[in-house]
Ligand binder design. Structure first.
Ligand code: SF4
Length: 404
């Protein structure tokens, strides 16, 4: 295996420091790295080194398999009672004229629009408003499941759950049970930002704390259900805050095993209260994916949102620990585009996603939300591919150019 050979070459590198060699040996032996070693990786490890380790772990777990799903988003509102400094998406209630508020019927109409399409998941997340309460969401989940039972409902983050349970005077355990009974099937990873209060207090002061975020996921896991986790990086946090964030996730995962996927989210600086902070480089994005893969040894998957980081970076990330690039989206989310992502109308056909993965030598697999295989695209031929081509590029010098 190439990843194994690259790790051997790295371990034989006489110029590698003792500390980095120790970490590489731990990775080879499947031994967990410590908090201090996580910080050391951020401070000292270069991209090629991190790529070798992260790709070794990625290929040991998944080989070349790279996952995506067919999904669409519903964003009930972009109005929000909170005022997170990094948020480009929300409009405060006083700016209502710039916002949208979908009714139950609006949302069910969106679901019905996909009736004849082979999507497997609806992802519901947006701002926080008082009218979207426990009763509203319970009815929405039930109505979606009744209309299309096989469509997986992945919805809301602990930010919403904390708010609506508090209003309804429900503790987290009871609240999550109510949601499960209403038809909720999994929780996306949002709202995590950076758990450490030194940072969270400054960028997302009023919403649920890091501890509350973790407690809500824990209660959900106790019901035998699965969820994802994110980390918003590249703003005012220090490396130690990133490692602290991952450490807390790793601890909870040790206890419950309920997380499926870790999704690093890059801070984008368009049109928000932190616009003065420059965005980190693509190199830092890739380093961060790689360190996540190395640190979170009990997470099965590391995901890159192609809509957030661009298609090219998503392709690159597949060599730095990432094994999932999210879904087709169908231009149904504004969260990334409003924050300044390159993709202003994020949508990819299944064929485009498959080709994007194949072009970097990986093996595309359409998954459902719980990573069941829907279609293995390794040898799949799309109808368009077998159509004959009716033109040839002009050849300038027949004698020096080989054609076929
Ligand atoms: S990040 Fe979420 S909770 Fe914070 S202001 Fe934006 S929509 Fe509201």
């Amino acid at each position: 295996m190439k990843a194994e050979r690259n790790l051997q070459i790295l371990l034989g590198d006489a110029t590698l420091s003792g500390e980095l060699k120790d970490i590489a040996q731990k990775v080879q032996n499947g031994v967990r790295i410590s908090f201090e070693e996580g910080v050391l990786l951020y401070e000292r490890a270069d991209l090629p080194y991190l790529g070798v380790l992260a790709n070794y772990i990625r290929e040991n777990r998944h080989g070349d398999k790279t996952y995506f799903n067919r999904n669409f988003h519903i964003e009930p509102t972009n109005l929000c009672v909170y005022d997170c400094k990094f948020c480009s998406y929300s409009r405060l209630i006083k700016e209502r004229s710039e916002g949208w508020e979908l009714s139950m019927e609006d949302m069910l109409d969106i679901v019905k629009k996909y009736d004849d399409q082979p999507v497997t998941e609806v992802h519901i997340v947006g701002g926080v408003l008082p009218q979207y309460d426990v009763k509203f969401y319970a009815e929405l989940f039930t109505a979606i499941r009744k209309h299309r039972p096989e469509l997986h409902v992945k919805a809301l983050t602990p930010v919403e759950y904390h708010y609506i349970f508090k209003k309804a005077k429900l503790d987290y355990a009871t609240g999550m049970k109510v949601m499960k009974e209403a038809g909720l099937q999994s929780i996306p990873g949002g709202g995590a930002e950076i758990f450490h209060p030194e940072v969270r207090e400054k960028i997302a002061r009023d919403k649920c704390t890091g501890e509350q975020w973790l407690q809500i996921h824990e209660e959900w896991h106790k019901l035998g259900m699965r969820s994802n986790a994110t980390m918003l990086y590249g703003h005012i946090e220090e490396y130690k805050h990133r490692v602290d964030h991952m450490e807390k996730l790793r601890e909870l995962q040790d206890r419950t095993g309920g997380f499926q996927t870790f999704i690093p989210l890059k801070f984008r600086n368009q049109d928000n209260q932190m616009s003065h902070i420059p965005e980190v480089s693509v190199i830092e994005d890739l380093r961060n994916y790689a360190i996540s893969r190395i640190y979170l040894d009990n997470f099965d998957h590391i995901k890159a949102y192609w809509a957030m980081i661009s298609r090219n970076t998503a392709q690159l990330s597949l060599n730095f620990g990432v094994d999932d690039i999210d879904g087709t989206l169908d231009d149904t989310t504004k969260i990334y585009s409003m924050a300044g992502a390159e993709e202003q109308h994020p949508a990819m056909s299944t064929q485009q996603l498959v080709e994007l993965i194949k072009h970097v030598g990986r093996h595309p697999i359409e998954r459902d939300t719980l990573y069941g295989v829907v279609t293995d695209f390794e040898n799949y031929v799309f109808p368009e591919e077998v159509k004959p081509r009716f033109y040839k590029l002009p050849v300038i010098n027949e004698s020096s150019v080989e054609t076929n």
